[in-house]
Design a protein around this ligand. Structure first.
Ligand code: CA2
Length: 146
């Protein structure tokens, strides 16, 4: 099974800045943890600070080989109708993950314009949110008989 895991703007700073908000783990730590915990999953990891690059990454999910997408769109969650359209165009399940509980933060973070196009959303569970999203994709693919 193949999962595309996309992280948006500033998430390359994980583990390097603001650990009081985002924790100590880096993106590299996240990727290695997921590979170790889910050895049967073929991951493609993409991080970009650019909206168009995130849309290009989402369109890789149309290759017919990818079973599911996990996206942390960063602050684009709150603004990007273009990323929402790219998610809506996919025929495979997409889980939006936020490390922090966006609902407990500033008002502008309470709304994700992308979430309505997603299969589901996980927020506030730290890096474990990504693991739970992977588990969902594995279970979902199992239910589809893949
Ligand atoms: O909680 C999340 O995962 C967010 O997507 C993180 C975004 C924020 O704009 C969203 O509202 C919620 C910010 C990502 C910034 O990541 C950093 C990580 C470490 C240090 C500085 C920024």
């Amino acid at each position: 099974m193949r999962i595309l895991l996309i992280n948006g703007p500033n998430l390359n700073l994980l583990g390097k800045r603001q650990p009081e908000i985002y924790g100590n783990a880096s993106l590299w730590d996240l990727e290695n943890t997921l590979k170790a915990k889910f050895p049967s999953v073929k991951f493609e990891f993409i991080q970009s600070n650019h909206e168009g690059a995130l849309i290009d990454a989402l369109q890789k999910g149309m290759d017919g080989m990818t079973d599911g997408v996990i996206i942390n769109p960063g602050a684009y969650a709150h603004t990007s109708y273009a990323i929402r359209d790219a998610v809506a165009a996919l025929k495979i399940p997409v889980v939006e993950v936020h490390i922090t509980n966006v609902h407990a933060r500033e008002e502008f973070r309470h709304t994700s314009v992308i979430a309505p196009a997603c299969t589901g959303v996980i927020a506030g569970l730290g890096m474990q949110g990504y693991e739970l999203a992977v588990t969902f994709h594995i279970d979902y693919a199992g239910r589809k008989g893949k």
